[in-house]
Design a protein around this ligand. Structure first.
Ligand code: COI
Length: 355
């Protein structure tokens, strides 16, 4: 049975009981929040050094109404996953990459950031403390969400004087409601995700709320998600609401070049490496929307999304359908990624970190 929060030990102490989560329907996990037992918090003051992080029971946090993050959006988030293997061992996928991305984002948003070691240690602690919430092998993963925010009070526009690094987690399955069904994307040419010189290249919280309007409108019309175009030419493909985009034409796999607008996705980078192993030519460049319409395959990648084939795109009233089959190249690339994550194929690049 799920223990009530009040029966949990504090500070964190592992026990036999940590394994029990018998009444969860692991076969029907979506991407909704399921509260887990513990979160991790680490603070940093004027000296810009994070220290003494700790696990506490998951719950609401106290924040000043004048906190930098609430007033001026001084915040970043990350996403990474912990997996359980058949033999019960727990693994993370390239968590150092998330740590580095948070450091780059923190620099952009005028925030101090945890060291790579502090970040990875916190992610490991969260995976272990919430071990009973990591789905059985093949049923999903524990999505781990690190946050970095200006928690100090500020009235005039300026960087906050105190920062909080917080990590929580939730078991997840497929991101989209349709499970592994192909995506129907709406190409948006009124609203843009980001603009040159903005913060689109980092995981700033300020990149996400502005897409909600276009995304909700498209979802109401039955689309799975929205594909955004660049704001200057309204022509080059950038990203979907929360994933990177790839196109395949013949033997060439292309994805938009990270010119400061595009998030450097860790799944994006991994799929590019795997595609090279498979003998594809991989290009990062500007991709005009016309090329998508002409592509053999289009797919999205992300930590939350995984690798999701696109079935249709709708652009200026015209719908393009892509051939779907179990033989899609993107599914082969994804299978290889999953095999590396599951440990059924050699991890020759050192992507896997055991917890
Ligand atoms: C992730 O893939 O981790 C993301 O950031 C997507 C999130 C907006 C749900």
């Amino acid at each position: 049975a799920i223990r009530s929060a009040s029966s949990l030990k504090e500070p964190y102490e592992s026990s036999e009981d940590d394994e029990s989560n018998n009444n969860i329907d692991w076969n029907n996990l979506g991407f909704g929040l399921m509260q887990t037992d513990y979160m991790y918090t680490m603070k940093c003051g004027e000296d810009e050094q994070f220290k003494q992080g700790q696990l506490t029971r998951y719950g609401n946090i106290e924040l000043s109404p004048s906190a930098g993050v609430l007033n001026y959006g001084q915040g970043l988030f990350e996403g990474t996953k912990a997996y359980r293997r058949e033999d019960g061992r727990l693994f993370l996928f390239r968590p150092q990459q998330n740590a580095i991305r948070m450091q780059i984002g923190a620099e952009r948003m005028c925030m101090p950031s945890p060291s790579i070691e502090q970040f990875v240690d916190a992610v490991k602690q969260i995976a272990l403390a919430n071990k009973r919430w990591i789905p059985p092998s093949g049923k999903g993963s524990l999505y781990i969400r690190p946050l970095l925010m200006g928690s100090g009070s500020i009235l005039g526009l300026a960087p906050a004087s105190e920062y909080t690094f917080l990590v929580y987690a939730s078991p997840v399955g497929n991101y989209y409601k349709g499970g592994t069904a192909s995506l129907n994307l709406y190409v948006e040419d009124e609203y843009h995700r980001t603009m040159l010189g903005g913060a689109g290249g980092v995981k700033s919280i300020t990149n996400y709320a502005p897409v909600l309007k276009a995304m909700c409108k498209a979802k109401d019309r039955g689309f799975s998600d929205v594909l955004y175009l660049d704001s200057v030419n309204k022509r080059n493909v950038e990203e979907a609401s929360c994933s990177n985009v790839f196109i395949l034409k013949g033997n060439v796999l292309s994805t938009p070049v990270t010119n400061g607008n595009i998030l450097e996705g860790i799944t994006r980078k991994s799929i590019m490496d795997i595609a090279c192993d498979f003998g594809y030519r991989v290009e990062e460049r500007c991709i005009p929307i016309e090329e998508l319409i002409d592509a053999d395959e289009v797919f999205c990648t992300g930590t939350a999304v995984g690798v999701a084939p696109v079935g249709t795109i709708s652009y200026r009233g015209k719908r393009t359908e892509y051939k779907m089959s179990t033989e899609l190249a993107c599914l082969k690339l994804y299978s290889r990624l999953v095999e590396i994550q599951k440990g059924t194929i050699e991890d020759k690049r050192g992507w896997i970190v055991q917890v």
